[in-house]
Design a protein around this ligand. Structure first.
Ligand SMILES: [Fe+2]
Length: 249
């Protein structure tokens, strides 16, 4: 498994002081035989270090200044009609090491519809598409590192990994920091999903506590009466409570 480093900040000067490793077992190994397609894509040659150049370390510095569309964060209002399914709010905050909130991070999500079908040409299983749901959204974190989406609870779906393989309901997340090289991808799950024990992707994260950090928390206080239930999903980029990331740096 690769080593993962963590930057520690001095609490007075707020400057980086040292590095520590993310705990062993936080991130999934690149080659995980129960998740069969990893065998096709994990690096089989030693990795080559490519020093970052101006191309990698510059990019859209202020997403809030670039602006996102008015309805980019609301997946239930991107078409003429309302999508079928259970309307939910998904919100949380993005933190760096030591619980420092990260503003101006681009948070993008993509997901299946309520029936578990993606709007994608390769998704052909016999579940209905929803003409009022595309399944993609984005927003930029505010000064408290906060983000919020309105969407439809995705359904589970089958996949070809093994006999009778089904994915637990999940929402894919991508986070993009101040540079193109700072992209992290993970999946958010829903509490109490009965398919957790059978899913090799969920279980590719070795550490049980780290796995639980991919599971959102139902919030009755965040829910809005007669409108939507709320799920909270905080994301920690590094450190002892780091969120597991696919292909973590
Ligand atoms: Fe998926």
């Amino acid at each position: 498994m690769k080593e993962h480093t963590t930057r520690i900040y001095d609490p007075v000067s707020d400057t980086p002081t040292s590095y520590a490793r993310d705990p062993e077992g936080t991130h999934p190994p690149l080659d995980y035989p129960p998740y069969k397609s990893t065998a096709l894509r994990y690096p089989k040659q030693p990795l080559i270090y490519l020093p970052q150049t101006i191309t990698e370390i510059t990019g859209p510095q202020l997403y809030s200044a670039l602006g996102t569309g008015e309805l980019d964060h609301d997946l239930t209002r991107q078409h003429e009609g309302e999508p079928i399914g259970e309307r939910i709010k998904v919100s949380g905050r993005v933190f760096d090491t030591e619980g420092k909130p990260l503003r101006d991070t681009l948070v993008e999500i993509w997901q299946a519809n309520a029936a578990g079908r993606y709007l994608h040409r390769w998704d052909r299983w016999p579940a209905p598409l929803d003409p009022n749901f595309s399944g993609a959204g984005r927003c930029v974190t505010d000064d408290d590192g906060g983000y919020s989406f309105v969407t439809i609870k995705p359904g589970p779906y089958p996949w070809g990994n093994h006999y009778n393989a089904w994915r637990p309901a999940h929402i894919h997340f991508s986070l993009l920091g101040r540079a193109f090289a700072q992209r992290l991808v993970t999946q958010m799950y829903f509490p109490g999903d009965p398919m957790f024990p059978y899913d090799p992707i969920f279980n590719s994260v070795p550490d049980e506590e780290a796995r639980q950090r991919m599971v959102s928390r139902f919030s009755i206080h965040g829910s809005e009466p007669n409108w939507a239930l709320s799920y909270q999903f905080d994301i920690y980029l590094r450190g002892p409570g780091a969120t597991p990331f696919e292909d973590a740096p």
